[in-house]
Design a binder for this molecule. Structure first.
Ligand SMILES: NC(=O)c1ccc[n+]([C@@H]2O[C@H](COP(=O)([O-])OP(=O)(O)OC[C@H]3O[C@@H](n4cnc5c(N)ncnc54)[C@H](O)[C@@H]3O)[C@@H](O)[C@H]2O)c1
Length: 389
């Protein structure tokens, strides 16, 4: 932990008013904040915490000070497994009243995110949330208003815009290398998680779990969507879940979305929990061109998934083979979002991940369900500053 000046000492050593102003700018909220690092509390100690905790531990600017899970043993187990000195809790209210911290990382069941994020913001904490940040667009928008009113930061996964492959594709489009962009396709599926029922319950589904990555990538590359038409379905009416048995599937496990990005550009996303894929949930070695973008001068095909990619093929000549670009990760990892935004608070930088973009993706997911249920096109109300960078 950084041993630099504590908040109290800092105020003593600085001229009162200007120090207070600077501290406001720093957006540090807890009394004992050490200037130079950020104290993180994690809520949800399940599967994905095994990716988040080690990544957060790689940052010298981040200190994990609290772990919480309603299955309390999981908080204890993760503390031991990752050799943390963190306090452990079985309820968010206990955690918010416990050791001071600055940012909550929400990695619980999807359906609980909105309520937990709200409690954290009300208690003066910045929030990084796994997707979705809320159950509805309206709930997400209210969270952002709450965060803004309290000068707090709120962000939502995924972190796909951080990859060098995304940066390359973004540059190609912005520089006009594809010519007039017309169409794009994204896809993500596997045979579905077996470890928790929430993926299949109301508020879960393949769109907020899987399609969310492609929707984030395609809207970030092609611009905010103006309208959407979709068809969703439930292919498997029941699922076998570990340590639980048979559960009824209530959320879509199959979805096709058509997005109108304006200027004639249309993209398509398909996602589902019934896609046989020998590369499985981890998608190791996946070579599928999961994102394809077509213009009248060139096309680009992303190798693997947008959250973990192995490069981009570009075809821009009639008589030459496709060229491979950005085959390296450049240090990018899909689980880096919380670490990067935490560091941005300390460094006073603006991360690439943008909450308005995450909210737009949330509105698309909700609207896709409406479009499918009502059999009509839905016009979207949200937008974000585009291009992102
Ligand atoms: N598992 C992955 O590989 C993965 C990858 C990317 C994103 N995600 C996202 O991460 C989130 C969690 O997924 P997971 O696979 O880790 O699920 P999981 O079921 O393995 O873990 C969720 C944990 O949250 C706890 N929890 C639920 N409600 C809680 C509450 N109110 N307070 C405290 N703890 C609570 C559960 O007890 C459980 O331990 C989801 O949003 C999922 O979409 C998961």
């Amino acid at each position: 932990m950084d041993q630099s000046l504590s908040r109290k000492d800092f105020i003593m050593y600085s001229a009162g008013a200007s120090a207070a102003l600077l501290l406001n700018t720093l957006n540090l909220h807890a009394d004992e904040q050490q200037i130079g690092n950020i104290r993180v509390a994690i809520i949800g100690c399940g599967s994905v915490s095994n990716r988040y905790i080690p990544h957060l531990q790689t940052s010298s600017k981040v200190e994990i000070v609290a772990l919480c899970d309603i299955k309390y043993q999981r908080a204890l187990d993760q503390k031991k497994q990752y050799n943390l000195t963190a306090a452990t809790y079985k309820h968010i209210d206990e955690m918010l009243a416990g050791v001071p911290f600055d940012m909550m990382v929400t990695i619980t069941d999807m359906q609980a995110h909105g309520e937990l994020n709200k409690k954290a913001l009300q208690a003066g904490k910045h929030v990084w949330s796994e997707k979705p940040m809320a159950n509805t667009y309206a709930e997400g928008k209210a969270l952002l208003e709450l965060a803004d009113s309290k000068h707090l930061k709120l962000w939502g996964a995924p972190a796909v815009v951080n990859s060098p492959q995304f940066a390359f594709m973004n540059k190609m489009i912005q520089e006009g290398k594809l010519g007039r962009v017309a169409s794009a396709h994204g896809q993500y599926g596997h045979t579905g998680p077996t470890w928790s029922a929430f993926f299949y319950e109301k508020g879960g589904g393949s769109m907020p779990d899987l399609g969310v990555y492609n929707i984030a990538t395609l809207t970030a590359l092609l611009g905010p969507a103006k309208s959407i038409m979709a068809m969703t379905s439930i292919v498997n009416p029941s699922r076998e879940i570990d340590e639980r048995g048979t559960v009824k599937v209530e959320a879509e496990d199959n979805a096709h979305l058509l997005l109108d990005h304006g200027k004639g550009i249309i993209s398509h996303v398909m996602c589902g929990f019934n896609y046989f894929d020998p590369h499985g949930h981890e998608a190791k070695g996946q070579q599928l061109h999961s994102i394809q973008i077509f213009g009248d001068k060139a096309n680009m095909r992303l190798i693997g998934y947008d959250w973990e990619t192995y490069g981009v093929y570009v075809d821009d000549a009639w008589d030459q083979p496709a060229t491979l670009h950005e085959p390296e990760t450049g240090g990018y990892q899909w689980q880096e979002g919380a670490t990067k935004v935490a560091e941005s608070i300390i460094d006073h930088t603006i991360p690439k991940i943008n909450v308005q973009h995450a909210l737009h993706v949330l509105e698309i997911i909700e609207s896709a369900r409406k479009s499918s249920a009502e059999g009509k096109k839905i016009y979207l109300t949200s937008s974000f500053k585009w291009p992102l960078f």
